[in-house]
Structures are given as structure tokens and as C-alpha cells.
Design a protein around this ligand. Structure first.
Ligand code: PA5
Length: 475
């Protein structure tokens, strides 16, 4: 009940619609003309959900029952470790990073232990750059570190390689107690990580079977890291549930925010906007743009529709940050090719305010800033950018979060996941697979000599024989 009174996320899509400054925008009839397709998409999505798919929505209620175990474990390890490191990639890394940055102190790792509530520092290693991995292990004391290996498949080469390096280091440094430094988040029944975890006695959390990595933030994939770093995961889930219920129940673009966002995305795609820019005006949401880019790209960038016809479809997501990228990319958005649609994400009320000092001695051209706040300046710049884009005939919309707190971040995650699912339906593609990624994973297994991939290895080597290279290779 308490949460029903909480303000919800708003979407201001004035900048997408036709108006006196931008007559090229969409007409209301165009939006309403999609309603039949949206109704059908809703029936199809809810039917699939009832049949056991769409676990990102279906499992929310179940996850509520798992929260106590996650919180209990998080509290039990908090005083024991100085560092908490996630080893994972893609959907197993971007969500934990996005939620952490959105909700914790911006300089969380630099705070003193007392300022962090004696919670561990937080790192996500989502790459296999040897310098980075080495330097991290040199910098952290392994004996004071807990590593969370996250892999749904339990097979991903990058994560498994990181895991093997870390396990080896821990064995050398911690001896018999090394297993206490590893917690694994993986499938309940499948994958290569599971038997190792069982044999060596690691603490284990389960990624539910039907959920894809990029949709898994509100499972132990993201909830564990969030709880360990002090995020109120109850509120995170609560916000997600409220948004989920609204999206499942509401019909029509005026009451269903996922339908609205998907309809706007479809119209823009049909009108040649091949690029979707996601531009939050809050540093805390910078990595949310990374998470969203993966969600949009991997879910909707597809070669074939559900009938097997070649379609080669999908908007290219671009990550930007306001106001920083006003001084980097907005020139292109305003005057370059008209192939982009821009989503700003604004936070209505920042948790801190910062006043700009008044100094009457200064030249008048700077004095106007004195006595105003940084957030006023940021809001003004965002509004001014909207205005400039409208004048340039460019379309944009704005997702408005009342506050950057756990409840509204939960809402945002669900909104973006549902809009992606809707867009998949409207484009008649499978938004939940990633065959293009799997191909690369298999190629890596082949080149690294995994058994069973010999034919593919020969294929890749043959393909690599004819080469056009400028410059000499360093041997
Ligand atoms: O969204 C996805 O499914 C992918 O990005 C995966 O999360 C990523 O490839 C890592 O896979 P896994 O969690 O199986 O190691």
C-alpha cells in the first residue's frame, strides 16, 4: 500500500511528436494506429509468460522469497572481507555495475570502511585484459577478498579463465580455506561451473533456468552484489514489481509505459532512425546506459524473424552522458544525419544539492551562475539541449525518475526490459536469444583447443589464410 502512493516514472514524449517547431514529429494518429499491433503483442507476451517464458517478469514474486537468504548471506560476509569482486561478462556484469553506480556513493571504493558501513569495496572484472586482471590481483589482498563468479551457462571462456586464475591465486595464498573466498552464481543443473562448485564446496546462488543474462539483474546475479554493497534490495524489487504489474495490466499507449516506448521506437525505426541514443543526465546512471545498450542490441539486433526470413534488423544503441556529451556528441545529434532518436533520462530530485557561490567582484558574464545550484544548471542544460534538438528537427523523449533510489531504479529496469520484449514482438523476432554471440563463443572454444570443436578450428584457420595487411607484424 505504502508504495502505491509513491510517485512513478514519467515519460515526456513531447519531443517525439509533431509540433509547431518540429512538424516532422509523429502525429497522434500514427501512435494510435499501432494500438492493434500493441494489443496483439500484449496478448502474445502474457500468453508466453503464462506458459513459463518471460522469466524476468514472472520470477519477480519468487525472488521476493529469496531475498532473506541473500540478505542474510550478504550480512554474514560483510565484516569478513575488505573487497568484493564480481567475475562475469555481459549480462552477468553490466547489471550489477549499473545498480551499484546508480545507488551507492559515487566514490564508494574511496570511502573509509566506516563511511561504507564496513561493507567491502566493489569491483567488476568484465574483461580479460591481462594487465587489468594482473593489476587487480596485485592491488587486492586475496585473503581479504570475496570473489563472486557469475555465469549462467558456466561455460563462458572469459569468466572461466578469470575464475581459474583467481582460484589458483587463492589456493596459493589462503591454503585450505580458499573455497570460503568464492561464491558462485550459476544454473541449478547445468554448466561446468556447477560441478566444481559442488565438489569444492563454494557457497552457491542459482540463476533461474529460463532467464537470459541481460534480463537477470533482479535475480541473485544482481541482487547479491547490491545487498553486499548496502542497496535496499527489498525496495529495488518492490519498484520492479509495481512497474511489472502496471505494464501487465494496462492497455494502450496512454497508460502502458512499455507500450508507449515500444511504439515510439517502432515508429522511429520505420522512419529510418537506425540509432537509439540513451543519454542520462546523472553520473549515477552512466553505466545504466551500458546495461541498456546491451539489452537493446543483443535482444533486437537479429538476422532472422520468427518465420526464419532474413530481416537483419535492429537499432544501434549509443551511450551518452549529459551534460558531458553535450560537448562531444550533441553537435552530431543536432546537425549530422537525421538517423537518431534520443532518450534523455532525468532525475527530478538529486540526493545532494550543490550551491554555486556568489562573488560580486567577478565579471557579470560569470556572476549569473552565483547563488544558483549545480542541479539547476544541469536541468537548464538538459532543457536547452531538448530545445536545440527540436529546433534542428530532431526527435527526443525523456524518462523522468522522481529520485535516484532503489525503488525507482527497480521501476526503470522493468520498464526497459518490458519495452524491449514489446519491441521484439512488434518486429516479430526472438528478443531472448543471441545466436550472433554464441557463434563467437564457439569460435573461441575452437581456437583455444576445446575438444569437439576441431572442424570449426580448421574452418577458422582456413578463412584466415587470405589476408590483406598493411604494415609488418611484430613477432
Ligand atoms: O545476455 C546474455 O545472455 C549474455 O550477455 C550473457 O550474459 C553473457 O554472454 C555471459 O554469459 P554467461 O552468464 O553464461 O557466462
Amino acid at each position: 500500500m505504502e508504495n502505491q502512493a509513491k510517485p512513478t516514472i514519467m515519460i515526456d514524449y513531447t519531443g517525439m511528436m509533431s509540433n509547431y517547431q518540429n512538424p516532422k514529429g509523429f502525429k497522434e494518429e500514427e501512435l494510435l494506429g499501432l494500438q492493434n499491433a500493441l494489443d496483439q503483442a500484449q496478448v502474445s507476451l502474457l500468453t508466453r509468460r503464462d506458459a513459463g517464458e518471460l522469466d524476468f517478469s514472472k520470477l519477480l514474486v519468487h525472488m521476493k522469497t529469496e531475498l532473506s537468504e541473500i540478505i542474510e548471506y550478504a550480512n554474514s560476509i560483510t565484516p569478513k572481507f575488505e573487497n568484493f569482486v564480481v567475475l562475469g561478462i555481459g549480462g552477468s556484469a553490466l547489471g550489477p555495475l549499473a545498480v551499484h553506480q546508480a545507488l551507492n556513493h559515487y566514490y564508494y571504493n574511496e570511502l573509509s570502511p566506516a563511511e561504507r558501513g564496513h561493507r567491502p569495496r566493489f569491483y567488476v572484472v568484465d574483461n580479460i585484459d591481462p594487465v587489468r586482471v594482473n593489476e587487480l590481483l596485485q592491488m587486492l589482498e586475496p585473503s581479504k577478498t570475496l570473489f563472486n563468479v557469475i555465469s549462467k551457462s558456466g561455460n563462458t571462456s572469459e569468466t572461466m579463465a578469470q575464475f581459474l586464475i583467481v582460484r589458483d591465486t587463492l589456493r596459493r595464498v589462503c591454503g585450505d580455506s580458499y573455497a570460503e573466498h568464492i561464491v558462485v552464481t550459476t544454473d541449478k543443473e547445468k554448466g561446468n561451473l556447477l560441478p566444481i562448485a559442488l565438489k569444492e564446496g563454494y557457497k552457491r546462488f542459482v540463476i533461474p533456468a529460463g532467464i537470459g543474462g541481460r534480463f537477470s539483474e533482479l535475480t541473485p546475479v544482481g541482487l547479491l552484489a547490491a545487498a553486499i554493497c548496502g542497496v535496499d534490495i527489498n525496495q529495488l524489487l518492490e519498484g520492479a514489481l509495481v512497474m511489472d504489474q502496471q505494464i501487465r495490466a494496462a492497455k494502450g499507449v496512454s497508460s502502458n509505459p512499455a507500450q508507449l516506448r515500444a511504439a515510439l521506437a517502432l515508429l522511429s525505426w520505420q522512419k529510418g532512425k537506425n540509432i537509439s541514443v540513451f543519454m542520462p543526465y546523472a553520473d549515477g546512471l552512466k553505466t545504466m546506459a551500458d546495461w541498456y545498450a546491451q539489452l537493446w542490441a543483443e535482444s533486437l539486433g537479429k538476422g532472422y524473424d520468427r518465420q526464419g526470413r532474413a530481416v537483419h534488423i535492429g537499432q544501434t544503441p549509443v551511450k551518452a552522458l549529459g551534460v558531458t556529451d553535450q560537448h562531444s556528441q550533441v553537435q552530431l545529434y543536432a546537425e549530422g544525419p537525421d538517423d537518431k532518436v534520443i532518450t534523455f533520462v532525468a532525475v527530478q530530485k538529486f540526493k545532494e544539492s550543490q550551491e554555486i557561490p556568489i562573488d560580486l567582484e567577478l565579471p557579470e558574464d560569470i556572476q549569473f551562475l552565483g547563488g544558483r545550484t549545480l542541479e539547476e544548471l544541469l536541468f537548464a542544460e538538459q532543457k536547452a539541449t531538448e530545445y536545440a534538438l527540436t529546433l534542428a528537427g530532431r526527435q527526443h523523449q525523456k524518462i523522468i525518475l522522481p529520485a535516484l533510489d532503489a525503488y525507482h531504479v527497480g521501476q526503470l529496469l522493468l520498464l526497459l526490459e518490458w519495452e524491449t520484449a514489446y519491441m521484439g514482438e512488434l518486429l516479430d523476432i526472438n528478443a531472448f536469444d543471441q545466436p550472433g554471440v554464441e557463434e563467437g563463443k564457439n569460435g573461441t572454444y575452437a581456437l583455444m583447443g576445446r575438444q569437439g570443436y576441431e572442424a570449426r578450428k580448421r574452418d577458422i584457420e582456413e578463412y584466415g589464410e587470405t589476408r590483406y595487411v598493411f604494415g609488418e607484424e611484430v613477432s
